[in-house]
Design a protein around this ligand. Structure first.
Ligand SMILES: [Zn+2]
Length: 255
């Protein structure tokens, strides 16, 4: 079955921890049958976004049929952040945005004005915006869901579908907010079942955090989808259908 991993990190290092390089990343995906990976930075959350966005584009450009770069910006910078996002999303290679309130040190409400512009820019380009969620004080699932109300035309993705503590609320929030999606990354099998039952499989997609750990993390994450007891049609939507829609893969196939 086709698998799109919506939540990976393709970066050379995480501070002093060396991460997977080119020789390991794609073989790691192959090993577990992942067809396409949406790739976010890690060090770009801490260092110059523009440089890291360019590095990410160059790395993914080597396999544009399988690696999709997500851009990041620092919303604390105000207008330049919106301009950087527009620059990235004008390149058809980039198809999404990743923001990490904890690593990037902002609560959405503290940068509200810029965040609204960022979300409008992403919506104009048809790019989903994925936020790390599930960890207060900056990124509780409620704080992330709130931004979906600010710009209803933007597609907002909870990176961790509520992580552990907020999964129940995540299901309720998905039901209430038609532009909110949950990436099932880290919660347990029963949590996936809850999210799908609460909001339907068209609002839930698979992700693993692959790249931030080893390929073994990916194996465990895929297992927990397989063991969630979903019907085959829902399983297909979670593993690739919902992501295909958000990434516009039908209208703009990868080359
Ligand atoms: Zn992550």
């Amino acid at each position: 079955m086709k698998i799109i991993d919506f939540h990976t990190h393709y970066d050379c290092r995480w501070f002093d921890t060396v991460l997977m390089d080119e020789a390991q990343f794609l073989p790691g995906m192959d090993r577990l049958g992942v067809t396409i990976a949406c790739c976010s930075t890690l060090m770009g959350f801490h260092e110059d976004c523009r440089r890291h966005n360019d590095l990410m584009a160059a790395k993914c450009w080597k396999r544009p049929d399988r690696l999709i770069p997500f851009a990041t910006v620092d919303p604390k910078l105000g207008r330049p952040a919106v301009e950087e996002l527009d620059r990235c999303l004008s390149n058809p290679l980039f198809r999404g945005v990743k923001l990490h309130p904890v690593c990037q040190s902002f609560a959405p409400s503290t940068v509200r004005e810029t965040m609204i512009e960022i979300l409008k820019c992403a919506a104009r380009h048809g790019a989903p915006v994925m936020f790390h969620d599930g960890t207060p004080p900056y990124a509780s699932t409620f704080q992330i869901a709130a931004v979906a109300r600010w710009v209803p035309e933007a597609a907002i993705v909870l990176s961790h579908g509520g992580l552990s503590d907020y999964v129940y609320s995540a299901g309720q929030l998905l039901r209430d907010l038609p532009n909110l999606y949950a990436c099932y990354c880290a919660p347990r099998s029963g949590d996936l079942r809850w999210l799908v039952d609460a909001a339907g499989p068209d609002r839930v997609l698979f992700g693993s955090d692959f790249g931030a750990g080893t390929w073994k993390v990916l194996a465990e994450r895929i297992d927990s989808v397989m063991e969630a007891g979903l019907d085959p049609a829902s399983m297909e939507k979670v593993l690739h259908g919902t992501a295909e829609r958000l990434l516009h893969l039908q209208e703009r196939p990868l080359k």
